[in-house]
Ligand binder design. Structure first.
Ligand code: NAD
Length: 486
């Protein structure tokens, strides 16, 4: 068994429901393995089912009234304390994250600290105005206020197991909702760490409930439950669309954060070294398992050759290996299923005429490592150019100029993140105006998001209000307009 970082959480690992750590009511446990050493078991976790979700929602429903009536300063104090605990335990959380899902420790550390920042930011939102006051046209006052929704259901993926649960739980709680969250089966321990920080910070029983289990069982039950007012989902397009259809048919509010096929444009006037580093980091850190990872790199003809040369050198000098080593840049994929998905994508890239410039294979027979892979000569309509392959695979394209790059960058159904490298202000302005993505980077890599500003995709990459920053208020509250006469 993998030795966990210890000592804030100990086995047996359980759901957290109604203020208690509980095993599944009816279901058994499953083994979560370490993707770096797949024979090692990280821990056993409940493979929860509908009855566990029902218990979580019943607890949340019961606690909601008292929580929503709790003074906001008290709610903020709990979030603030949770932030301090996450920060104090960041090293433990980061190491366990790395052990359970393979993210290199250097990135897990950043993510754990960012979860603390998120809780701190939303604690601060307690003091922000949430309504507006006017005069009624006929005299008297009319004002808007925000009201919490009730029980919210949160569903999160494995690839950001601290950041994404944090940026859903923190706003849900500060605005007075009760929470039932289904964390990802492939990264349950990190979610439990966050839960433990909130428990130790004094979250009242029933206000936060954490269920671990399969999406098709526990996730589906959460989406369908009639006492859940809203669903915030982050994950793949296929599952997200299913979730939206079920939830909206029941009149629930739905927020989806889905996949991406994110372009980076490098113009001839760019700082080449910075652009190469951003292309490498954007495409290959976390083994490309980021929704905002760079998948398509459009390089202006004039600099294509030197750019390619330098990028290939950067890739071939990258540190691929054990993610617990702080020097490692590229670790394993999360599980065998993802390895097969990525190898299949590489095969499709080849069979559709693409040329592999570097990488392209699994490293060792029984591991989850895939060499950082760069393609070229892939047609714009090919699978690799249009669909999300969730791993360390990116493609280089020659473009004639910004016009050409913009048309091709926008020609996919996704619209999550996009970046440009250029020193021309005019090119920046056009890019920002015309690129169809929810997150736009100028002279920085496609991944990367601050906690105090909105985050979310457009087109096929998202649905409903964005997350984070003040945008979270839109999703987790209703606007009420009050006409007040004396
Ligand atoms: P996934 O869609 O397989 O699973 C996401 C979550 O949904 C998991 O908790 C899963 O158990 C649950 N789920 C699965 N089936 C369900 C169902 N029928 N009903 C309810 N819940 C169900 O995604 P994943 O493999 O965990 O994550 C990778 C995907 O997430 C990639 O496509 C990536 O781009 C996307 N992602 C998007 C963002 C974003 O903010 N846009 C961030 C991170 C990841």
């Amino acid at each position: 068994m993998t030795r966990l970082a210890e000592p804030t959480l100990r086995p047996p690992f359980a759901n957290y429901i109604d203020g208690e750590w509980r095993p599944s009511i009816e279901a058994d446990v499953y083994e979560k393995r370490n993707p770096t050493h797949p024979h090692e078991v990280v821990g056993e976790f409940p493979a929860s089912e509908k009855s566990d979700v029902d218990a979580a929602i019943a607890a949340a429903s019961t606690s909601f009234r008292a929580w929503s009536a709790t003074p906001i300063s008290r709610r903020a104090a709990i979030l603030q304390r949770a932030a301090e605990l996450i920060e104090a335990r960041a090293e433990t959380i980061a190491m366990d994250m790395t052990l359970e899902m393979g993210k290199p420790l250097r990135e897990s550390r950043i993510e754990a600290k960012r979860a603390a920042q998120t809780f701190r930011f939303f604690a601060g939102q307690a003091w922000s105005p949430s309504g507006e006051i006017y005069e009624q046209s006929g005299g008297g006052a009319v004002y808007t206020m925000r009201r919490q929704l009730g029980v919210v259901g949160l569903i999160t993926p494995w690839n950001f197991p601290a950041a994404i649960p944090a940026w859903k739980i923190a706003p849900a709680l500060i605005y007075g909702n009760a929470v039932a969250i289904k964390v990802a089966q492939d990264a349950p321990l990190t979610g439990l760490h966050l839960g433990k920080c909130l428990v130790d910070a004094g979250i009242p029983p029933g206000v936060l409930n954490i269920v671990i289990g399969r999406g098709s069982e526990a996730g589906h039950a959460l989406v369908r439950h009639r006492d859940v007012a809203a669903i915030s989902f982050t994950g793949s397009v296929a599952v997200g669309e299913q979730v939206r259809n079920v939830a909206t048919a029941q009149g629930k509010r739905v927020q989806l954060e889905l996949g991406g096929q994110n372009p980076l444009i490098v113009l001839a006037d760019a700082d080449l070294d910075r652009a190469v580093e951003a292309a490498f980091a954007g495409a290959f850190l976390s083994a490309g398992q980021k929704c905002t990872a760079t998948r398509r790199i459009y390089v202006e003809d004039r600099i294509y050759k030197p750019f390619k040369q330098r990028l290939v050198a950067r890739i071939e000098n990258s540190v691929v290996g054990d993610p617990t080593d702080p020097a490692t840049e590229v670790g394993p994929l999360v599980n065998e299923h993802q390895v097969e998905h990525v190898l299949d994508g590489i095969q499709r890239g080849r069979s559709e005429g693409g040329t592999i410039v570097t990488g392209g294979e699994r490293i060792g027979a029984a591991t989850y490592f895939i060499a950082p892979t760069l393609f070229e000569d892939v047609a714009d309509a090919a699978f690799l150019s249009c669909e999300e392959v969730f791993g360390p695979v990116a493609t280089l394209y020659r473009c004639t100029d910004l016009d050409d790059a913009l048309v091709r960058a926008n020609a996919v159904r996704f619209g999550l993140s996009a970046a440009i490298f250029t020193s021309s202000l005019a090119s920046v302005r056009r890019f920002v105006q015309e690129i169809r993505a929810g997150i736009v980077h100028v002279n920085s890599q496609t991944p990367g998001a601050d906690v105090h500003v909105p985050f979310g995709g457009i087109k096929g990459s998202g649905y409903g209000p964005h997350e984070q920053g003040r945008a979270a208020l839109e999703f987790y509250t209703d606007v009420i307009t009050v006409y007040e006469d004396t």
